[in-house]
Design a binder for this molecule. Structure first.
Ligand code: DER
Length: 219
C-alpha cells in the first residue's frame, strides 16, 4: 500500500538524524498515522516526539512513545507530515484534517520538513483541493466576505472545532498561481488564525508513493 511504503521510507530517511536524546515532530492524518506505527516498530533510537494534534499525541502514547510539549523542547531536527496537495516547488495545501495551525507551528520549529504522500497529492498548481483556513469563530462571516472579494467560494466546515477552539472555512474554486503571494495576502486578513498554504515554509523533502515505488523529491 502506497501510504505504508512512504511511511516506512520516512523512518529510513530520519534514522541518520536520530540519537537517544532526539525529539522529532510528528504530523496529523492517515499517512502520518502510518508513520507513527512504523516509527513505533523502529522504537529504540530516539527520545520522543512533539505532536501536531491531540489525535497524533494519543496515537504516539498508545505506542509508548513519549510525547513532549513544544514549549519544553528546542529546535526539532525534523518534522514528518502529510499534505492534501504538494506542488513541484514543495509548497503545500494542508488542513484537510483541521490540524493546520499546530502543524504549521511544529513545522516552524523544525530544521527539515519531510512530506509523506501518495502520488495523487502531487500537482502542478495548488488549489484543486479546497484551501482550509482556521478562523476565530466571531470573525467567520467577516473572513468569508473577504474570501469572496479574493474570488474564492468559502464554505463553513460545519460541526468542526479545532484543537484550539476555532472553526474552519474551506475555500473552493480558489486558484493559487503564486502560493507565496497568496500566503502573504491571507496573512493580512484579520480573524484568520492560520491558512493551509505552506509555501514560505514548505517541505524540504517529499517522499512520494507511486506504483513503481517511493520517489524522493527535493526542491
Ligand atoms: O490535515 C492535514 O494537513 C493532513 O496532513 C492532511 O493534509 C493529510 O492527510 P492524509 O495523510 O490523511 O491524506
Amino acid at each position: 500500500q502506497l501510504k505504508r511504503a512512504v511511511a516506512r521510507a520516512a523512518v529510513d530517511e530520519i534514522v541518520p538524524l536520530l540519537d537517544r536524546q532526539t525529539v522529532i515532530g510528528v504530523g496529523t492524518g492517515s499517512t502520518a498515522n502510518l508513520f507513527i506505527d512504523e516509527l513505533a516498530a523502529y522504537r529504540h533510537d530516539f527520545d520522543g516526539a512533539v505532536a501536531s494534534s491531540k489525535a497524533s499525541a494519543d496515537r504516539l502514547k498508545q505506542h509508548g512513545i513519549p510525547v513532549y510539549d513544544l514549549n519544553g523542547v528546542g529546535t526539532l531536527p525534523v518534522y514528518v507530515d502529510g499534505a492534501d496537495e504538494i506542488d513541484t516547488e514543495l509548497s503545500m495545501i494542508k488542513g484537510g484534517g483541521a490540524a493546520l495551525t499546530r502543524e504549521k507551528i511544529v513545522a516552524a520549529c523544525a530544521q527539515t520538513f519531510i512530506c509523506i504522500a501518495d502520488g495523487s497529492k502531487y500537482v502542478e498548481r495548488l488549489g484543486g483541493f479546497p484551501l482550509p483556513i482556521e478562523v476565530i469563530p466571531m470573525a467567520r462571516s467577516f473572513v468569508a466576505r473577504e474570501i469572496v472579494k479574493l474570488g474564492g467560494d468559502p464554505m463553513y466546515r460545519e460541526g468542526v472545532v479545532t484543537d484550539n477552539g476555532n472553526q474552519i472555512i474551506d475555500i473552493y474554486n480558489f486558484v493559487i498561481d503564486d502560493p507565496r503571494s497568496m500566503e502573504a495576502t491571507l496573512d493580512q486578513i484579520t480573524g484568520i488564525v492560520t491558512h493551509g498554504i505552506f509555501a514560505r515554509r514548505g517541505a524540504d523533502v517529499l517522499l512520494l508513493g507511486r506504483d513503481d515505488g517511493v520517489a524522493r523529491i527535493t526542491r
